[in-house]
Write a protein that binds this ligand. Structure first.
Ligand SMILES: [Zn+2]
Length: 272
């Protein structure tokens, strides 16, 4: 039996360049100001804020909880939320804003289906279990492996064109050989396949900057990268195109109903 699933539209605006984004900000400023006022109205002195809405991946009514303890405090005692990590759903996986949006995007925009061969690249995130549950087969690769012919070569232990969808959640900014990682992700995707990335995206920065403290050439990658080595800017779209993706864009998403608050929540998508 063929099952079809409905998905809520992913509430995003799509950009292929910083110039497009800047133009959007100029034109949409009144709407962006209204969002900001709405978010400001939710500041509170309470321990948590609970808002009713819809969980998009589950298509059900949900309550989103935002703890206030770690929020920034205003002079009058109210707290300003850090929305991207807040708005935890009352579903089984208790996904927050960012993770729920990643899952929603994978289902509604990036073709995650019951037959999908999925590559999850990087350490687990809260959305990992559900991403894997929605896919057919899942390959999990925690990090790039040194390999190939030279000291600068890194490999994913995955055959060419063997995956339909690759997801690197909150990880690529911590992988020193960024170009190699993008090339490898491109290599393992089948024609028409998608790559979805979440990173701390510097939407004011034209270029990605990389810290000098990279591993020495030929040195082994550390087991974990706790600190960001790249501050990812808009040129990551050029890097994706240079790696062989025919389309690369940034999605900026926001929805009060779906619990995606915060200014400029960004998610990157590239298609082979
Ligand atoms: Zn849910």
């Amino acid at each position: 039996m063929i099952q079809t699933r409905l998905h809520a539209r992913f509430p995003s605006v799509r950009f292929i360049s910083q110039a497009e984004f800047n133009e959007y900000c100029r034109i949409a400023q009144p709407a962006l100001d209204t969002r900001y006022l709405h978010e400001t109205s939710l500041t509170t002195r309470e321990e948590a804020v609970v808002q009713l809405g819809t969980c998009a991946p589950c298509l059900r009514r949900a309550a989103f909880t935002s703890e206030t303890a770690r929020w920034e405090k205003l002079a009058d005692g109210r707290r300003v939320p850090e929305w991207s990590g807040a708005l935890t759903c009352d579903c089984e996986d208790a996904l927050g804003n960012r993770d729920r949006a990643l899952l929603h995007f994978a289902l509604s925009q990036a073709g995650l289906r019951g037959w999908t061969r999925l590559l999850l690249f990087g350490p687990d995130v809260p959305a990992s279990r559900r991403l894997q549950a929605e896919a057919g087969q899942t390959v999990r690769v925690a990090s790039l492996q040194p390999g190939g012919d030279g000291p600068e070569d890194f490999r994913l232990p995955v055959p060419d064109a063997s995956c339909h969808l690759a997801i690197a959640a909150d990880y690529l900014h911590r992988v020193p050989p960024l170009d190699a990682a993008l090339s490898e992700l491109r290599r393992v995707l089948a024609p028409g396949g998608s790559l979805v990335l979440t990173v701390p995206f510097r939407y004011r920065a034209a270029r990605t900057t990389t810290r000098a403290n990279l591993p020495a050439p030929g040195g082994r990658l550390p087991a974990e990268y706790r600190d960001a080595v790249h501050e990812i800017g808009w040129d990551v779209l050029d890097m994706l195109r240079a790696a062989g993706f025919r389309q690369a864009d940034v999605h900026s998403y926001w929805s009060n109903e779906l619990g995606y608050l915060g200014s400029f929540n960004m998610l990157l998508h590239a298609v082979v």
